[in-house]
Design a binder for this molecule. Structure first.
Ligand SMILES: Cc1cc2nc3c(=O)[nH]c(=O)nc-3n(C[C@H](O)[C@H](O)[C@H](O)COP(=O)(O)OP(=O)(O)OC[C@H]3O[C@@H](n4cnc5c(N)ncnc54)[C@H](O)[C@@H]3O)c2cc1C
Length: 497
């Protein structure tokens, strides 16, 4: 690839976890490629990847009930849970590689061991959880999972959840100690610093305004320097739109046919954060419940111990809501400006199909603090209003598109890579399972955009990620070996209380 002024091999738009991960993979695979990152804010990891803007769950399906739906015949479908867990194992291996190679340091600053628990109430839900436990616990990826419907045992596991509970409704939980809390903001900052050490140019306060194909098939970006207002032109043969909620607008500007018809539906979020250190100290787990009827899967309530800035915190949420912004720092016009002739039918379709969801989200926005406390008290019966403050989380832009099963205007809750047929540009849309699976998703970007290089890259990928291309759930020995070696490197073996 060429290397002239304002021409780079690769441009990454946005300094969030996705661009940071893709840049870090590329620097290992092709160290001599020049990479430039444009970020419109003044620091990396300030939007969804920031530690206060997401829940920091290392999603491995250890506790998230929406990854194990119950089938019509009453059995549990664990396909998605296995996939998400396998994907998280790729992240653990890549992070371990970076630590072992001393490319990033102090893993405890971004990943901490933390039990993951699922908690349910009511006879039917208890039966569901037991079946889920039976379906998962023999799999090597879920080794060590425990189930209990004994209130005394639950009191040991989650005292603040059980104290003051008066109802005699059946209650049950599963617990697995190999879960993690991940500070994706800290990890993003570490990865971007590592990239800067490897001569990657990171331009802050630079907002990408347009993405246009040039006559030789590469891409020209119009970039505004927000400090002095000047407009710069930059060219690259490969561009990654890692702009989070901002990616859809940029994809639309690129005009690639693969982006036609796609729309976005923004979902906002709020967390309650505990300001009473005595309450924070009494809890040590991520406890996931079941989503309320009508609620989107990403608003499953959970009570999370978090490790932020070397301090233990306690968060509850997220409470989903509606805001037309595509980024937390975005504009109220974002949703309106994303409606184009080519996606208007899908947008209207999604609007009509999801009237219930929209109503739910608007109602959620209008909830008073006391109403939110009522939801929190389903987890902590004795929770006091004065101990909890509200913080605004990041925006999640869900993909709207036509699908075979759902037809026009189907709302998708997953993550989606959209790339040009010639592999010269790729965008990441959607938000779930999100940052936890960044390595898997960025490997997908590489295989979609550089298929001709994957054979050449495979040995290096396998050096970084030994389970690449192997199913760990079907390979018990390798699963155990990788679990132990990554736990040791990432310092996940010493349970901290
Ligand atoms: C409430 C909530 C809870 C979540 N919980 C979890 C969780 O527990 N576990 C998990 O794994 N994931 C979770 N996620 C998802 C996760 O946060 C995201 O998937 C991930 O952070 C997305 O990273 P990103 O790099 O794509 O986007 P971002 O981190 O949003 O980064 C995009 C960057 O692009 C920049 N940008 C945008 N437009 C432009 C432009 N035109 N020019 C230049 N720069 C631009 C932005 O300023 C931003 O810095 C959660 C998300 C939310 C909102």
């Amino acid at each position: 690839m060429s290397n002239q002024e304002n021409k780079t091999d690769v441009i990454l738009i946005g300094a969030g976890i996705m661009s940071a991960t893709l840049g870090s993979l590329l620097k290992e695979l092709v160290p001599d490629w020049n990479i430039t990152v444009f970020e419109q804010l003044d620091k990396p990891g300030e939007e969804s990847s920031n530690e206060w803007n997401n829940a920091g769950t290392g999603h491995a399906a250890l506790c998230e009930l929406n990854y194990t739906p119950e089938k019509a015949d009453g059995t549990i479908d664990i396909t998605k849970a296995l996939n998400v867990n396998e994907q998280f194992q790729l992240s653990r291996q890549f992070w371990s590689y970076l630590v072992k190679e001393d490319l990033i340091q102090n893993p405890q600053d971004f990943v901490m061991p933390l039990p993951h628990m699922s908690l349910v109430h009511g006879k039917e839900n208890v039966e569901f959880l037991k079946k889920r436990f039976e379906a998962l616990s023999n799999n090597p990826l879920f080794d060590g999972m425990e189930f209990s419907d004994d209130p005394e045992k639950l009191k040991e596991w989650i005292p603040i959840v059980m104290d003051g509970r008066t109802s005699d409704e059946p209650i049950a939980a599963t617990k697995i100690d190999s879960g993690t809390d991940v500070n994706f903001g800290a990890l993003t900052r570490m990865l971007i610093k590592h990239l800067e050490n490897q001569d990657v140019t990171v331009k802050y306060k630079h907002s990408v305004k347009n993405v246009k194909r040039t006559s030789d098939g590469s891409w020209e970006l119009k970039v505004k320097d927000l400090e002095n207002g000047t407009v710069e032109r930059h060219q690259a043969k490969f561009v990654f739109l890692g702009a989070g909620g901002g990616s859809l607008h940029l994809l639309q500007k690129s005009g690639i046919p693969e982006g036609k018809g796609i729309g976005g539906f923004p979902v906002s979020g709020l967390f309650m954060v505990c300001n009473n250190p005595d309450v924070v100290e009494k809890h040590h787990a991520k406890v996931y419940g079941k989503a309320k009827v009508g609620a989107p899967p990403m608003s499953v309530p959970h009570l999370d111990t978090r490790f932020i800035d070397n301090k233990k915190s306690l968060l509850f949420g997220p409470y989903a809501g509606f805001s037309p912004k595509f980024l937390k720092t975005g504009s109220y016009l974002d949703l309106f400006l994303s409606v184009k002739l080519h996606n208007v039918i899908n947008m209207i379709g999604a609007g009509l199909k999801n009237l219930g969801l929209t109503k739910y989200l608007v109602q959620q926005v209008l909830l008073s603090k006391e109403k939110r406390m009522e939801e929190l008290r389903e987890f902590i019966p004795d929770a006091k209003s004065e101990d909890w403050d509200m913080i605004v989380a990041g925006q999640r832009v869900q993909v709207i598109k036509e699908t075979e099963s759902g037809g026009k205007g189907t709302l998708q809750f997953g993550t989606e890579v959209v790339s040009a047929a010639d592999g010269s540009i790729a965008a990441l849309l959607g938000a779930s399972p999100g940052a936890s699976t960044a390595v898997h998703v960025m490997l997908q970007v590489l295989s979609k955009c550089f298929p001709e290089r994957m054979d050449e890259w495979e040995p290096k990928i396998k050096e970084m990620i030994p389970s690449y291309g192997v199913s760990l759930s079907e390979n018990k020995e390798l699963a155990q070996q990788i679990h132990e070696s990554t736990a040791e490197v990432l310092k996940l073996t010493n349970q901290q209380v």
